[in-house]
Design a protein around this ligand. Structure first.
Ligand code: ACO
Length: 329
């Protein structure tokens, strides 16, 4: 991969909806409390899309900022990938809706479904296309409106999720910089641990699927937790190995923001000090595909990376899937 032209991030943008749902708001909705949520998850609040906002609206706001920061307009794009599990509708894809709104005439556009790992899968896909010479400038977005598929009467899940979007422009960068390695993977056998069963070709929407709450996220939290802790460690070590680097080479660790305890266990296993780890799960909760780009873009906005820094992103999610990347900023 490294013999081809260097490809990296050349623009960033993020967006979260205005409305904030706090832990004390949730105390009024289900049998929970701030102490339980903070101690078990690290989450204090999350942003929730307005009734008239869909995933493409969140993605659009993030995309405009990413284009601006790259000094580009939609017409400079030749590829748009939206990682999401909450598209505006089954089809057309959310990426096609954006292609039109951004004026990216002629750009290829598609959605990518890998849940919380989707953004890293999208980065790997765009990087491969650009390295091969097929495309030059790709918009990669992680965007989700998990509030639309969350059961706000189920305390096991409703405290965990939020809405948001993060976007990057992927393109050619100077020699020595850019993506050095990816490690993507899946364990389909664990698919039923984290799923939304209704509304597809197996279980089309019906009065019965609504009655049985088949259009909401189902999660076996304990099993997903174990998987997450395991793959955060193994994928991180594997992606570093592929890049020929050691854990001490990491300047900034950008993990999927699902639960502070999962992040802390990865930090301990990898022996990473707190100042090298991006944490914003307290403000946004788990935003699925938006989680890693929200953390990456926020870190960039706060000036936490300088040119040449080694940034390691790693995520896990439904599928089950995982994705990790090493990027020289
Ligand atoms: N408030 C109060 N009590 C609660 C709440 C709540 N919101 N939720 C669950 N409880 C109770 C449970 O009912 C249980 O009670 P019981 O022992 O009487 O049955 C008790 O708390 C403990 O429940 P556990 O599930 O054992 O709690 P745990 O410490 O495992 O934490 C959590 C649960 C936070 C869900 C954790 O398992 C976790 O973070 N899992 C991973 C989640 C994750 O990363 N998901 C990724 C999804 S990404 C995607 O692709 C959409």
């Amino acid at each position: 991969m490294n013999n081809l032209r260097p490809v990296g991030v050349i623009g960033t943008g993020k967006y979260v909806p205005e409305k904030i749902l706090t832990n004390s708001d949730l105390e009024k909705m289900v049998d929970t409390n701030d102490e339980w949520i903070v101690s078990r998850t690290g989450i204090k609040e999350r942003h929730i899309a307005a009734p008239d906002q869909a995933t493409s609206d969140l993605a659009y706001e993030a995309a405009i900022k990413a284009l601006e920061s790259a000094g580009m307009t939609g017409s400079d794009l030749d590829l748009i990938i939206v990682a999401t599990i909450t598209p505006d509708s089954a089809f057309p894809s959310t990426a096609c809706i954006l292609q039109d709104k951004l004026g990216a005439k002629g750009a290829a556009a598609f959605d990518l479904s890998a849940a919380c790992s989707g953004f890293v899968y999208g980065l790997a896909t765009a990087t491969s296309f650009i390295k091969s010479g097929l495309y030059n400038n790709a918009l990669v977005i992680g965007a989700d409106c998990l509030s639309r598929i969350t059961d706000y009467t189920d305390r096991n899940t409703c405290v965990l999720f939020g809405d948001g979007a993060g976007a990057v422009i992927v393109g050619e960068v100077p020699e020595g910089r850019g993506f050095k390695s990816f490690d993507l993977g899946a364990e389909g056998a664990g698919g039923s641990l984290l799923q939304l069963e209704g509304g597809g070709s197996r279980l089309p929407a019906s009065a019965e699927t609504i009655e049985n709450k088949k259009h909401y996220i189902y999660m076996n939290g304990r099993e997903v937790f174990k998987f997450a802790v395991r793959v955060m460690g193994t994928a991180t070590l594997e992606v570093l190995n592929k890049a020929g680097l050691d854990r001490s080479d990491v300047d900034l660790f950008v993990p999927h923001q699902a639960n502070i305890r999962i992040i802390q266990s990865a930090m301990q296993r990898l022996d990473l000090p707190e100042e090298k780890v991006v944490v914003n799960v307290d403000k946004y909760a788990n935003t699925s595909a938006a989680s890693i780009p929200l953390a990456l873009v926020e870190a960039a906005e706060e000036g936490r990376m300088k040119a040449g820094d080694t940034v390691l992103m790693v995520g896990f999610g439904g599928g089950l899937t995982w994705g990790a990347s090493v990027l020289v900023w």
